[in-house]
Design a binder for this molecule. Structure first.
Ligand SMILES: *Cc1c(COP(=O)(O)O)cnc(C)c1O
Length: 422
């Protein structure tokens, strides 16, 4: 079986390595469940976007909700990347990682007054405004601070990204963005209101998108609006195409960032918008294939209808299979010379939905370490303490170096904020 995803993950003999480090060694040293990331895989993914945009006015804003560990943010900030944030907590993380707010765009349908204040004080580059009432509140908050909020309207282009319904965001029925038909009126208002200044336009049509076409449809819809808004005397400086580029979990064949951007930029050129600054908000495609989740086989439980391979990672550690029925590759860190059997890989949580993979052919024994591949995006970031399980540790591999970038939670951390009643 070939491994989907990262060239930084390879089998040498029987052993699976991430960059120069054997995964079984990581599991032994740091325990399981353990998230392990390749720093050079992240750098390489970013470099793909940077190459495609070389010579253009651009800013790549990593959509940090995919993986918000400080060391991940630091890695991207050092490589010149900005950030797409969706909360004041994410803003605090960006600043804690040593990055500056002037490369931050602030997305999200439910920004609070406190979120806006924090972002204005930090001096974010742009607010991606998702509704008219949000615009009104932002104008109030900015005026009260004697500040000016640069804004971009997130427009819902009503294009079908043909992805999972939970991660499709650019259709009329979604909660995101301002409807295309209302956008011009909202831009007019933004240009008049005190405390706001129009900077750009943006969209984000979904996630795990594996076709170029929906992006080209979105470019056309956005440029139609740019032309209409500018014709009414309001200049638009940047066009933000959002994120959403998919990765290979199994047999998906998403375009590379270069291919996607080649097509997007060609379309912008064709329509005479080649000089315009372009912003992007990639999340999954920068980190997804850079990470694995390591988990130990606790018990093998063969049954009449199903064989269960019970591992020490669960839906609280990695929720994508339970939440989106996502298929993620699961492979042994050390190959065994024995016949494979068919297993459901399940965790210890008390829910039948607690599975990581179903009907997988694996040669495993109790005590073996398995790797769930392509777990670098929406893995740790979506983890929880359900069943009072402490969250996993995270390590960053860089060549032959290993850095512990998040300690395993302790059992007392689980209730540290709780109080008994006197
Ligand atoms: C989640 C999100 C992204 C990133 O999406 P990916 O599929 O991870 O690339 C970008 N922009 C916005 C507004 C988002 O909500």
């Amino acid at each position: 079986m070939t491994l989907p995803g990262s060239p930084f993950l390879a089998r040498r003999g029987a052993s699976l390595s991430l960059e120069q480090v054997e995964l079984t060694d990581l599991a032994r040293r740091f325990g399981t469940p353990l998230y392990a990331y390749s720093r050079n895989a992240m750098r390489a993914a970013l470099a793909g976007y940077q190459r495609a945009l070389a010579g253009r006015k651009h800013l790549i804003c990593y959509a940090m909700k995919a993986n918000s560990n400080l060391a991940v943010l630091q890695t991207f900030a050092q490589a010149g990347c900005g950030f797409d944030i969706v909360s004041a907590g994410e803003l605090r993380r960006v600043l804690a990682a040593g990055a500056s707010a002037d490369k931050v765009v602030f997305s999200g349908v439910g920004k609070t007054r406190a979120d806006m204040q924090a972002a204005l004080e930090a001096g974010v580059l742009c607010f991606n405004v998702e509704s008219q009432p949000e615009l009104l509140l932002l104008s109030q908050v900015a005026s009260a601070h004697g500040a000016t909020a640069r804004i971009s309207l997130r427009v819902n282009p009503d294009v079908d990204a043909r992805t999972h319904p939970y991660i499709s965001t650019g259709l009329k029925g979604n909660k995101f963005g301002v409807a295309h038909e209302q956008a011009l009126a909202v831009y007019r208002q933004a240009a008049e209101l005190p405390g706001t200044e129009v900077a750009g336009i943006d969209c984000h049509i979904g996630s795990q998108i594996t076709d170029i076409d929906p992006y080209i449809d979105a470019v056309d819809r956005l440029l139609d609006l740019v032309e209409a808004v500018e014709a009414s005397g309001i200049p638009i400086h940047h066009v933000d195409m959002g994120g959403g580029l998919g990765i290979t979990y199994t047999d998906e064949t998403p375009p590379s960032a270069e291919a996607l951007l080649g097509a997007v930029l060609a379309r912008m050129d064709e329509r005479g918008h080649g000089q315009r600054e372009i912003l992007l908000e990639p999340g999954r495609s920068l980190v997804g294939n850079a990470g694995v989740l390591l988990t130990e086989v606790l018990y093998l439980k063969p049954g009449e209808q199903k064989n269960f391979c019970i591992v020490d990672a669960a839906m609280n550690d990695l929720v994508r299979p339970a939440m989106y029925e996502a298929w993620m590759a699961i492979v042994p860190c050390e190959l065994r010379e024995q016949a494979a059997q068919r297993w459901d890989i399940v965790g210890p949580v008390c829910e039948s939905g607690d599975w990581l993979g179903r009907d997988r052919d694996l040669a495993v024994r109790q005590g073996d370490v398995l790797a769930v591949l392509s777990a670098g995006a929406y893995g740790f970031a979506m983890s929880s303490n359900y069943n009072s399980r402490a969250r996993a540790a995270e390590v960053m591999v860089d060549g032959n170096q290993v850095h512990l970038i998040r300690e395993r939670e302790s059992l007392t951390d689980l209730y540290a904020l709780e109080r008994l009643i006197p």
